[in-house]
Design a protein around this ligand. Structure first.
Ligand code: SF4
Ligand code: SF4
Length: 316
């Protein structure tokens, strides 16, 4: 099957990366057993890299999917900790809960961090220390911010980048879609491995999934794309698309007919506003004591769900 080099990291992967966010408690809330079964089917179909994060709550799903698996697999996780001690605790938890001795890539989870090289300098330092200790193979950064991605190009110690990009530029912060493409291209030229996120706008472009994935893949400096998947059929369809360019209507029409949205159970909303700053896309506001979402800019990441003390937000 196809293999792509993730920049100069030495990692060689199938270009479809399994994104585990949608199966976790922030979204579809599959059990570890159910999610693990989907992950296992994707691995059997040819996927070789899994993307998770402390925030996603899917370490149990990854562990279940890898139980007894002897084929090739790389795991990327992320820490959103604001300080060194928190980052270390997140990596230790990832190692423990996924049953690994080393995590292949650990990103500074920078979705909402505008100035990562100033505000997360201690986190990066701790991740490099853990790399020296052998607990991390490569340090990376995920980001929705154009200036942050551009700045990463001049940081050789960041080996893998996980930037937000899609054909509508939905969710891109601090610049335009084309500005993000230029920043990603600069990172690729400096030897970083690039795997993109939100090619489907978190599900907003699911009705044009083939075209949306194709647009991201048409940029040769983007080496791979992470896609969230919730069934074995979806995983196999995506593998065929990435491997052979096969995207037949019989398989894809039902997949593209799905619709996802952010659900806020407003009857239980206290209007506290805790969810508002959790949204880097600035899609949330409190109007007359109830949280509201601007569906035009919401990328369905589900991060606001974690911030709500009432547990009343869910991507469905
Ligand atoms: S409203 Fe919630 S799901 Fe939508 S972009 Fe903001 S944090 Fe993500
Ligand atoms: S955090 Fe939850 S309870 Fe508070 S405003 Fe947002 S949705 Fe409502």
């Amino acid at each position: 099957m196809k293999r792509v080099a993730l920049g100069n990291s030495g990692l060689e992967i199938f270009p479809l990366v399994f994104g585990t966010l949608p199966m976790g408690p922030l979204q579809a809330n599959l059990s570890p057993k159910e999610g693990g079964a989907v992950i296992r089917q994707a691995l059997e179909a040819g996927v070789t890299m899994l993307d998770t994060a402390e925030l996603y709550g899917t370490y149990g799903h990854v562990r279940a999917g890898l139980e007894g698996w002897t084929g090739p697999v790389a795991i990327a996780s992320k820490t959103h900790a604001p300080d060194a001690a928190g980052a270390r605790a997140h990596v230790e938890r990832a190692l423990r809960e996924m049953g690994r001795e080393r995590i292949d890539v650990v990103h500074m989870h920078g979705a909402r961090v505008e100035r990562p090289f100033i505000d997360r300098v201690d986190v990066f330092a701790e991740l490099f220390k853990m790399k020296d200790e052998g607990k991390i193979a490569h340090v990376g950064m995920s980001s929705h911010f154009v200036p942050a991605v551009l700045e990463a190009a001049s940081h050789p110690e960041i080996e893998v980048l996980h930037p937000l990009i899609n054909r509508a530029g939905m969710g891109v912060l601090g610049g335009t879609r084309d500005g993000m493409l230029d920043a990603i291209s600069a990172c690729s030229a400096s030897g970083k491995g690039i795997y993109a996120m939100k090619a489907l706008g978190g599900g907003n472009f699911i009705n044009a999934a083939r075209a949306s994935i194709g647009w991201v893949l048409s940029h040769p400096f983007i080496h791979a794309v992470a896609i969230g998947m919730l069934s074995g059929d979806e995983a196999r369809a995506n593998v065929r698309l990435f491997e052979e360019g096969v995207a037949d209507d019989a398989t894809w029409k039902p997949l593209e007919a799905r619709r996802r949205r952010l659900r806020i159970m407003q009857q239980f909303c206290k209007g506290c506003g805790d969810c508002v700053p959790a949204c880097a896309s600035r899609a949330l506001s409190v109007v007359e004591g109830k949280a509201e979402v601007d569906e035009g800019v919401c990328v369905l990441c589900g991060y606001c769900a974690e911030a709500c003390p009432e547990f009343i937000i869910r991507v469905v």
